[in-house]
Design a protein around this ligand. Structure first.
Ligand SMILES: [Cu+2]
Length: 117
């Protein structure tokens, strides 16, 4: 009789550990979901010219033009891409709220902004 109770206790403990492992795995996977947004570069312009995103969003710029462009923040330090050839991309994750104006250093008349809320 005593043996049977011990076996039952061990089985309950094993089930509890299995449940804890499953819930930990679920919590871990949801944290990797990160918001993403895309800006297209084409015909000497950034589209959209003004993009509003939530804090923590990763913005991806993709050059769809047939000439190189860059993505450089106005302060030239927050973010700065290398020259992007056709279909090259550059990404930056905005972790702070604010308005980020940027331009293409090869064609300084190309300007746009990202608003982070
Ligand atoms: Cu350009």
């Amino acid at each position: 009789m005593i043996r049977k109770e011990r076996y039952l206790a061990a089985a309950i403990l094993a089930a509890a550990i299995a449940a804890a492992v499953v819930s930990t795995a679920r919590a871990g996977s949801s944290e990797t979901d990160n918001a993403k947004s895309e800006v297209k570069i084409d015909n000497f312009s950034f589209a959209p010219g003004e993009l509003t995103v939530a804090k923590g969003t990763t913005v991806l710029w993709v050059n769809r033009d047939d000439i190189p462009h860059t993505v450089v923040s106005d302060d030239k330090t927050t973010f700065k891409s290398k020259p992007l050839d056709t279909d090259d991309s550059f990404s930056y994750t905005f972790s702070k709220e604010g308005t980020y104006t940027y331009f293409c250093s090869i064609h300084p008349k190309m300007t746009a902004k990202v608003v982070v809320k």
